[in-house]
Design a protein around this ligand. Structure first.
Ligand code: GUN
Length: 284
């Protein structure tokens, strides 16, 4: 059996068309959702992500600001900028691209963002709300994965879900969302003993480990839903996920490709969160 492909690109395009309409309706009321993106340093991947985030805002009609600082900037400069953006009525969402340079206290920077503008959902208050099953902003990548489940009518209740990866950006919020949806959730990492024994039980397998083709076909339960969050650059310049896609698609029931799976959904859900923030602020 060859797996059904879960196409994030098509879903992202459809959602973005809806966002254009939402922005049109807000414009009638004099509201234009705005996103500020802060980039510190020269990380090549971060530069691409930030560029794509700002471009996506332009595509659907959001206001955006990009603030770029050199890697050796004093953290106080960035904290002052965040305080300014917290008070700026043009800006409904603030995102600080991670990772930050080593001399930054990442948690302190994330806590400086006003929770109502924290469209990444990384502020402790928003993480707490998600953990309590009452989310205000859902982190964009796991939110995108949940949208893909919803779109494909994949029921999570009572299912065995295994997440490989325990990051604050993907693994932990993904696990919380699956718990909230009624799945039985196991969170593994690249060093989990007998990893295969865990993954072979998974009806839903989420790979967010950051290692190319880490998940091999023998780790997958036949018919499982396999979600590949990894975006790894190979020495030849090509992108590949955390899953050995060609072999896995012969075992899985449904699978996301890389590129064209979860990737396009992440920025799409950032737009969704920013529009949501603007709607809340305008009292809708
Ligand atoms: N770095 C990698 N993914 C993300 C993300 O979703 N948000 C931010 N702010 N930084 C990231």
């Amino acid at each position: 059996m060859t797996a059904q492909i879960l196409d994030g690109k098509v879903l992202a395009q459809r959602l973005r068309a809806g966002f254009r309409e939402q922005c049109g309706a807000l414009a009638v009321r004099g509201v234009r959702p705005g996103l500020a993106v802060i980039l510190v340093g020269e990380d090549a991947a971060s530069k691409v992500y930030v560029h794509n985030k700002v471009k996506a805002c332009e595509d659907v009609g959001l206001y955006s600001e990009k603030l770029v600082y050199p890697a050796d900037i004093a953290p106080a400069v960035v904290l002052d900028k965040i305080a300014e953006l917290n008070a700026d009525t043009k800006v409904h969402g603030i995102l600080v691209q991670l990772p930050l340079p080593a001399h930054f206290d990442e948690a302190a920077v994330l806590e400086a963002i006003a929770p109502k503008k924290d469209v990444d959902g990384f502020h402790a208050e928003n993480v707490g709300a998600l953990a309590q099953g009452n989310p205000r902003f859902i982190p964009c990548t796991p939110y995108g994965v949940m949208k893909m489940f919803e779109q494909s009518e994949i029921d999570l209740s009572g299912k065995e879900a295994v997440v490989i990866g325990r990051s604050n950006i993907v693994g932990k919020p993904m696990a919380l969302l699956l718990i909230n949806a009624g799945a039985t959730v196991t969170v593994c990492n690249s060093r989990t003993r007998e990893l295969r024994a865990h993954t072979r039980r998974a009806d839903i397998l989420i790979a967010a480990v950051g290692k190319p083709r880490f998940v091999t076909a023998d780790m997958i339960k036949p018919g499982a839903v396999v979600i590949d969050v990894g975006i790894n650059r190979l020495p030849d310049g090509k992108l590949c996920g955390d899953v050995d896609f060609d072999a896995a698609r012969e075992i899985a029931g449904q699978i996301t490709p890389v590129p064209g799976g979860v990737g396009p959904m992440t920025i799409t859900m950032l737009l969704a969160n920013t529009i949501e923030a603007a709607e809340r602020e305008s009292g809708k």
